[in-house]
Design a protein around this ligand. Structure first.
Ligand SMILES: [Zn+2]
Length: 184
């Protein structure tokens, strides 16, 4: 397994709509293992493939480090599709691609999700609470969207400098970041 560098705010791969997977071959299995290792090393609870520079509809989630979710096994989610949502809630979010920024975001509490697992088996399942939150945040990455884009204009203005700095590679994290290819 390998630790993969994480792409940060301003990198083009994070703004792209990722491609669906047609199957899970050996290369994808390795990528999944590497994504879990990368996420764990960065103390993350969710990671989407575009965050490691691969523009495909795949994400991994592991919330077992959170007390109430201790028994929830790690999840691989491929080609996810939200079928239903209900009950908006406010919850604080952070993102491994935007180090140091944490803000409260409104999202549905409950989602009904259709997805495939790492064996490409299809599931339809309902999620709520933290698990639902992480899945929705990661699913946004597959659509080229970041949580800071969901904030009100005042909060966004207050983050402008921080985000500009990250865009120009002026950022540090306790995990490996991908090098900026277009530093102005
Ligand atoms: Zn994120």
């Amino acid at each position: 397994m390998a630790i993969l560098p994480i792409y940060t705010y301003g990198d083009e791969v994070l703004n792209k709509v990722a491609k669906p997977l047609k199957k899970v071959d050996e290369k994808i299995q390795t990528l999944i293992d590497d994504m879990f290792e990368t996420m764990e090393q960065a103390n993350g609870i969710g990671l989407a493939a575009p965050q490691v520079g691969v523009s495909i509809r795949l994400l991994v989630v592991d919330v077992s480090c959170v007390k109430e979710y201790k028994h929830v096994p790690p999840m691989v989610i491929i080609n996810p599709q939200i079928l239903e949502t209900r009950d908006e809630v406010l919850m604080e979010e952070g993102c491994l691609s935007i180090p140091g920024v944490r803000e409260e975001v409104w999202r549905p509490d409950v989602i009904k999700l259709k997805y495939r697992d790492r064996h490409f088996q299809e599931h339809v399942e309902e999620f709520d609470g933290l698990l639902s939150r992480v899945i929705q945040h990661e699913l946004d990455h597959l659509n080229g969207e970041l949580f800071v884009e969901k904030l009100d204009s005042k909060t966004r203005r207050s983050l402008k400098e921080t985000l500009e700095a990250i865009k120009h590679g002026e950022v540090e994290a306790k995990y490996v970041l991908a090098e900026k290819s277009h530093v102005a």
